[in-house]
Design a protein around this ligand. Sequence first.
Ligand SMILES: Nc1ncnc2c1ncn2[C@@H]1O[C@H](COP(=O)(O)OP(=O)(O)OP(=O)(O)O)[C@@H](O)[C@H]1O
Ligand SMILES: [Mg+2]
Length: 492
Amino acid sequence: MKLTDRVDAARRDGPLHRLDKKVPVLPSVARMTEEAWLGDEDRAAAPAPVADAQVPAPAPAPVVDPLAELKERAAQELFVRIGTRLNDASLSEEQLHSYARAELGNIVAAEQVPLSPEERTRLIAEIGADVLGFGPLEALLADVAVTEIMVNGHQQIFVERAGHLSLSDARFTSEAQLRRVIERIVAKVGRRIDESSPLVDARLADGSRVNAIIPPLAVDGSSLTIRKFAREPLTVKDLIDFGTLSAEMAQVLDACVKAKLNIIVSGGTGTGKTTLLNVLSSYIPPDERIITIEDAVELQLQQDHVIRLESRPANIEGKGEITIRDLVRNSLRMRPDRIVIGECRGGESLDMLQAMNTGHEGSISTVHSNSPRDAIARLETLVLMAGMDLPLRAIREQIASAIDVIVQITRLSDGTRRVTHVTEVQGMEGDIVTLQDAFVFDYSAGVDDTGRLRGHAVATGVRPRFADKFRDLGIPLSPSVFQANLVTRDKR
Ligand SMILES: Nc1ncnc2c1ncn2[C@@H]1O[C@H](COP(=O)(O)OP(=O)(O)OP(=O)(O)O)[C@@H](O)[C@H]1O
Ligand SMILES: [Mg+2]
């Protein structure tokens, strides 16, 4: 059957506009499809927006898109015609859309398929969303319940909702479509992904953090991981409600930040380190000058006096890289009251420790490790990465004198994220850094009916030495928060 005949048949058999209506589109793309993509004459001809995108029609028989072939062909042709401009960061979104719209108009006209003005409008809008939008990711990005999107090759997309992973129905039609989306995402922030640099960190316009890695490194097809940006960052109240920390512990951490202790948040991947760092940073008094340093900006501080710095990878000629380490060094010349480093993962750890030891107290950062003791070992390794050939003992001394508190956050067996340790770094004994837990998670409380751990981190009864600092600085904190609450424990 010829394509024109099929279009005619579809016109007879059912309304074309039912096609592809399942997927809600992002506001940005909706704007694009509804406005930018329509020429004046199209706008006049366009049907009034229909509300049926959200309200599912009463189970229509599955319709095969008679225009699918035409759409695919036109999309391909559009790629050929606008080529590199698609990822040209110097073109504004508006310029790109108007350029692509003009080309697409020509392409559809050249196809010589008889289309009504409504069909033509819709066709152009749909191809535009495929080519210029994020394809099947649109719906997931628009869904506020989804906090993380993991694309494992074009046929498998996992999402995280409320801390739980599930396989989504969405999928890309081909590896090529997935690659186009990845290229669009990274090109928008002036980065690139290809054979010679097959992995990249990027950010979406809304601040969501993106990592992409393509074959041959990703053996089974391109992989894309998106940590969606929380428009409303989690607050300390949220963390208390989730059971991540207790109100008392929050008071202690507040006092630690106000007393300008140097704090390391330690945790595994995705345990909530950045979220907790954000919460701790919110305790910094508003009259202090804060410099944040990150690989990809994620922190959302509410204070006015904040300077945000972001590292930069090398350009296509391998030049121009600015590392976290460069930024930490530079920040020391920016008269910071506080330096907040998103994550220590290399030689910058040495510069951070030195800064902490030389009058820049009150700095906060995170490291990737599974216990407070592990955090010390991890910092040792990271300092060695600075390449200064320091003896281990000297490194440990630096760590012991710089870091005051380690806050360990862990994702427990029930899927919840909890602060499991608040640990004081006391100093050195022989060659060992001495640690003293002030709070530890109480596993003995067991689990409730839903399998959720009942316990929370409880005071060990050892009053940390840093509590003296609270007293000296007049920071109010009841000494009872450090007392082991034996009464309630016995009651259980
Ligand atoms: N206490 C919490 N309870 C429930 N969900 C949380 C909590 N903290 C963070 N999250 C959610 O978990 C996800 C990961 O959080 P976050 O980015 O802070 O982790 P991370 O440890 O910094 O991860 P990474 O190792 O990838 O940098 C986010 O979607 C966040 O909203
Ligand atoms: Mg993080």
